[in-house]
Design a protein around this ligand. Structure first.
Ligand code: ZN
Length: 489
């Protein structure tokens, strides 16, 4: 492969050359949402950052199997294995089946992802669909002697594991600090140490989501699903594991320990973590009152928002920051992103109508290389965007007759611009974005209405003209027994 891609590995704390275990295949696992509420900016950031990784690996020619899970059981309110299951709690409050909550918010999450032009993962497994695999893994860990059964539950023995391996290698924590900083909590007398984590929890009588096992009727611990499902679909050792930095500890640390205990192998070659979104410098969270859902961003209906923001503006805003930097939300920053994106969209239109000259005054080959260099340097999207803005400057300058581009340079510029803007950054133009404000749909309904009227009046010249012109614009009209429907070619 001509491009040498470097990825910052959280485990080694340095940038490493990307060399997949089994080229040209690349396996990637990213922790998906726990579906008990609408997606927010943090969900969008993780999904968009790893969408960038997915798109670029494919662009480089890898066959990528991208697994992003849906957590629908076992994620308790408190990381220390206490509190109610988040999904079960929502179900109780809404008087629904837990799986109704899961389906409802999964559908809404998918809609948001489509609006943000986030590609679907290759596989989207659910924790509740992989109970057998999780029970098997808990058994393997028990057999290794690194877990113990207590009162119908099974816990991972962190202290014992740490004597043979290193618990804390990913997050940089040491067990002595954990011991000093973890308090004994109520209801945790079953554990040998407060930082031991559940592989299997016996269900209390009121707990709805439960499955039989030889230990008890219960449910798997949250960390176990990702270990079991990544091994099932990507193998016991795979290339990339991603997620938000808030998942580094205890979730990902525990995933490593589980896999090493069960399979005797380090599960992941490259650990990647995206940074958090802050609001005026503060962490974003439901309890802090600065929590805005994606649907609220798209509609503008939230007291902290001065206007609605399109999904592509949100996507561009996120990609303007490197994934390992914090990203601070403000209306001003989003308005800046909106302006920046429209400059790119307008330049693309101008680029299509530029005429070549005999010579060039701009160095397009270097511009193209700079875009690749930025991506190869740990997916540096802000540098790619800066280079696209340099392209915008050149485009406008050529359009004004101040600079010239030869035919090959113009072709290279067009290819580079669309490759990076559309294929890699995934910034579709606002008109073609799935999540635009419905203007396109309204216009299409109006056009189809006019065509229907023309046909009713036997004015076939007009109805055919409408159909043919739409076809030229890449829109296909089909007549069904329920009336005409339209779609893109
Ligand atoms: Zn996970």
């Amino acid at each position: 492969m001509e491009n040498k891609l470097f990825i910052y590995n959280t485990l080694s704390r340095k940038k490493e050359l990307f060399e997949p275990i089994n080229p040209p295949h690349a396996g990637m696992y990213v922790c998906g949402p726990t579906v008990y509420g609408d997606g927010h900016l943090g969900h969008a950031r993780s999904a968009i950052n790893f969408d960038l990784v997915f798109r670029y690996l494919q662009h480089l020619g890898y066959t990528v199997r991208y697994v992003r899970n849906i957590t629908d059981v076992g994620h308790l309110e408190n990381d220390a294995d206490t509190g109610e299951d988040k999904i079960a709690k929502k179900a109780r409050l809404e008087q629904l089946e837990p799986m109704e909550v899961v389906q409802y918010f999964t559908n809404r999450y998918h809609k948001n992802m489509e609006q943000l032009n986030v590609l679907s993962p290759s596989i989207e497994p659910r924790a509740s669909g992989h109970i057998i695999e999780q029970v098997k893994m808990a058994e393997d860990i028990l057999a290794s002697g690194l877990a113990y059964e207590s009162g119908g539950s099974v816990y991972f023995d962190v202290e014992k594991y740490n004597k043979q391996y290193h618990y804390g290698k990913l997050s940089g924590r040491v067990i002595e600090d954990l011991m000093a900083n973890t308090r004994e909590l109520d209801g945790q007398t079953e554990k040998r140490n407060p930082f031991d984590f559940a592989l299997w929890k016996k269900a209390q009588p009121e707990h709805i989501m439960r499955w039989p096992s030889r230990w008890s009727d219960g449910f798997p611990g949250w960390h176990l699903e990702c270990s079991a499902m990544s091994a099932k679909y990507l193998g016991e050792r795979f290339d990339i594991h991603g997620g938000g930095m808030d998942l580094l500890f205890p979730h990902h640390e525990s995933e490593i320990a589980q896999s090493v205990a069960a399979n005797r192998t380090e599960p992941v070659k490259y650990w990647m973590h995206n940074n958090m979104i802050t609001v005026n410098g503060q962490k974003m969270g439901k309890s802090l009152g600065n929590f805005i859902t994606l649907n609220e961003f798209f509609s503008g209906e939230h007291p902290s928002l001065t206007q609605a923001y399109s999904p592509m503006t949100i996507r561009f805003f996120i990609l303007q920051a490197h994934y390992r930097s914090t990203l601070d939300f403000s209306n001003e920053a989003l308005q800046g992103a909106e302006k920046g994106l429209s400059r790119l969209v307008n330049a693309r239109k101008t680029l299509e109508k530029l005429r070549p000259s005999d010579t060039s005054t701009a160095d397009i080959a270097s511009l193209k290389q700079a875009c690749y260099d930025a991506m190869n340097d740990d997916f540096n999207s802000p540098i790619v965007i800066a280079n696209l803005f340099e392209a915008v400057r050149i485009i406008n300058s050529v359009n004004d007759g101040k600079e010239k581009l030869s035919t090959p340079d113009l072709t290279t510029l067009q290819e580079t611009f669309t490759t990076f803007m559309d294929d890699i950054l995934g910034l579709t133009s606002e008109e073609s974005a799935a999540g635009d404000s419905g203007v396109l749909e309204q216009l299409m309904q109006l056009i189809l209405e006019l065509r229907k009227n023309a046909r009713a009046a036997k004015d076939f010249a007009t109805s055919d003209k409408i159909r043919d012109e739409l076809a030229r614009a890449g829109i296909v009209v089909k007549d069904t027994k329920d009336g005409a429907v339209w779609g893109r070619e």
